[in-house]
Design a binder for this molecule. Sequence first.
Ligand code: 6PG
Length: 252
Amino acid sequence: MQTQNREIKVLENGEAVSRAAAEMLVDISLEKLKSTESFAVALSGGSTPKNMFAMLANDAELRDRMPWDRVHFFWGDERHVAPDHADSNFRMTHETMLSKVPVPPGNIHRIRSENPDAGEAAAEYEQELREFFKLEEKQLPVFDCVFLGMGPDGHTASLFPGTKALHEQKRLVVSNWVEKFKSYRITMTAPVLNNADIIIFLISGEGKAEPLRAVLEGEKQTDLYPSQLIEPTHGKLLWLVDKAAAGLLKRK
Ligand code: 6PG
């Protein structure tokens, strides 16, 4: 695995990972916005981000420093459910953070996953990215920041082991059939995620120790460990990992 521009930070526990991520989002966006008009971040689902979102909304210092009116929120992946469904990544983010902070509705770019046709929902989101980033035919968006998680099976975003989306090179967003859930997911593709200025993985818990070792220190097998597909084209890759998840790493 390419190690250039890669940093692994081991923190005490999941709480510390969420806090570091929340502080980083505030700091990185404030820094970037000194020279640009707006800041685009792609969020993920999962438990560690949930805690991070709660901190951004409820910690007065973080909430007051965050430039809400100039940050645009996107999602790296979504479940194929309506936005009010208990499994919706949008719903989780809305409930824990977006409904509690002064973010203009126009800055919230959710995946229209209520569309019964997951392929169409993916195509619509791709179009939204093309318009927001003003992309020409073959251009990729450059997110200022992408947050990712990793499942115990090594998946990231909704790039699951052995699925078709892992090999997508042209599309920005695709629907991806995940046999073990017998359902579609909608996900940004690896080329889009890899084109971000900074990619931050949030990893916590003992259940992640084995896949993390395999992804970071094992042989390259991207079909088996899709998180290994994440190799930034120009940006930085930061792994925020708690002690339990880092437990099996040789290089600390
Ligand atoms: C999702 C996610 C997914 C997630 C990992 C890790 O929608 O499920 O985007 O890729 O990040 O499954 O989730 P945890 O942090 O909860 O383990």
